[in-house]
Design a protein around this ligand. Structure first.
Ligand SMILES: Cc1ncc(COP(=O)(O)O)c(C=O)c1O
Length: 418
């Protein structure tokens, strides 16, 4: 991919202008901690404030303010249904974050499992899609099977999954994209194998959605989780679940709360103002699609937005990886082959043979460059890669508002630090 072309065709200045973080006085940081949480455009901030001013009421009441809150709630569910490709908003469950939702849903799923049943978890996943299943297995006497990723392809391979599947396999908990290595799994292929064995498939797409638009209708999974604060929105988690399964599950809920979908899985009072921010996040992405010349349905414009920044991000990612590989003593933990860039998102982790990850991240911080050091809750990937758990990696995560100049400045800083 031609780097200059991608820079020239993507409206980067217009994009950065949407984010107040870039409009500050003085030194603007270089934000490369995006896999931990992205920046937020002004329209999202405005929507949250507006909802607090106008719709901060309980849902389901007879008065106007409550009806406004109902509308905010519904709009956010519809927006996320379009964004994930769901059949309807009934399939969209929204709560505090992905981890809480997964812990919550795992309890309901457990009601379908019997002692001795098997759950497959991977050595590629974030703890948010491992710990809930380990805890469930402990409580119910289930068997856990571990699925490694391939050290050469950096992905989970079908041939490693096949021998783990048995007639007792009830669930495959699978990462779409790793928060450490950035690798993207072939979810349709892996999900199809698990489904043939009669298992449910729970996909963690938290690290994919900031970079690629999923289409749950084509993935063959049963659940797909993401977090809007990773894709330019407020702190919320979203799980899409197939309607028939959400109906079949017995929810953990209050006796008098709605048994409808998705309310039966949204316990307690919703965060209405953040739901307004979530709709505005989808609006932002839709706007980005329009700015790049796409029209039609909301989903068509969203697809256009992702198409436009995928090429741009890939250019920055290749530049970052090439630059890191030129630095002496640096190991990049993930795909580096330019021919396989489609199999990863622009989350790039590295270590140095002598300099501590924390020293590098601290040095970057003192230069106003935001990056994280450690295992980032990717405990299993750190173990599989035989990294020191406390040291982990330095993680640099690109978003579509980063620039080539920022990547160059970061590479220069790392060069100095090592
Ligand atoms: C891949 C992945 N899964 C799950 C999570 C947890 O998300 P949340 O903070 O919404 O619980 C994260 C957070 O970093 C993540 O990167």
């Amino acid at each position: 991919m031609d780097q200059t072309m991608s820079d020239a065709s993507f409206p980067i200045e217009l994009v950065r202008d949407q984010f107040p973080a870039f409009r500050r006085e003085g030194d603007i940081p270089i934000f490369l901690d995006n896999p931990a949480g992205t920046l937020v455009p002004q329209r999202v901030i405005d929507a949250v404030g507006h909802a607090m001013a106008t719709s901060s009421h309980n849902l389901g009441g007879l008065f106007a303010g409550s009806k406004r809150a109902d509308a905010v709630w519904l709009a956010a569910h519809k927006a996320m249904a379009d964004m994930l490709g769901a059949a309807s908003e009934r399939e969209i469950v929204i709560a505090q974050n992905m981890t809480t939702l997964t812990l919550h849903l795992s309890r309901s799923l457990g009601r379908m499992f019997k002692p001795g049943d098997e759950i497959i978890v991977t050595r590629m996943d974030h703890e948010g899609n491992i710990s809930p299943w380990l805890l469930l297995a402990r409580d119910l006497g289930l068997t856990i099977k571990w699925l490694p990723f391939n050290r050469e392809t950096w992905r989970i391979e079908a041939n490693d999954l096949k021998p783990l599947l048995t007639n007792r396999t009830r669930l495959l908990a699978l990462n779409y994209s790793s928060n450490m290595t950035g690798s993207v799994n072939d979810v349709p292929e892996l999900a199809a194998l698990a489904k043939q064995a009669g298992a449910l498939v729970y996909v963690d797409a938290v690290q994919l959605v900031p970079h690629r638009l999923p289409d749950v209708r084509t993935l063959g999974c049963d659940f797909l989780a993401c977090s809007s604060y990773k894709f330019f929105g407020p702190h919320l988690g979203i799980v899409w679940g197939r309607e028939d399964i959400l109906l079949e599950l017995e929810p953990y809920k209050c006796r008098c709360s709605s048994d409808g979908l998705p309310e039966r899985f949204e316990t307690g009072t919703p965060q209405t103002e953040l739901l307004a921010g979530l709709s505005a996040t989808v609006d932002y992405l839709e706007w980005l699609g329009e700015m790049n010349g796409y029209s039609g349905s909301r989903r068509a414009k969203l697809r256009g937005a992702y198409r436009s920044f995928e090429a741009y991000e890939n250019g920055l990612m290749r530049h970052l990886i090439d630059g890191l590989l030129k630095l002496p003593g640096v190991t990049v933990h993930g795909i580096t082959n330019p021919a396989h860039m489609l199999h990863r998102v622009p989350t790039v982790s590295f270590t140095h043979e002598t300099v501590s990850t924390h020293v590098i991240a601290d040095g970057l911080a003192s230069r106003n460059i935001y990056a994280w050091s450690g295992h980032n809750y990717a405990l299993e990937p750190a173990r599989l890669l035989q990294l020191d758990e406390d040291e982990g990696v330095v993680r640099l995560g690109i978003a579509h508002y980063n620039t080539l100049a920022e990547i160059d400045a970061t590479l220069a800083a790392i060069g100095q630090l090592i």
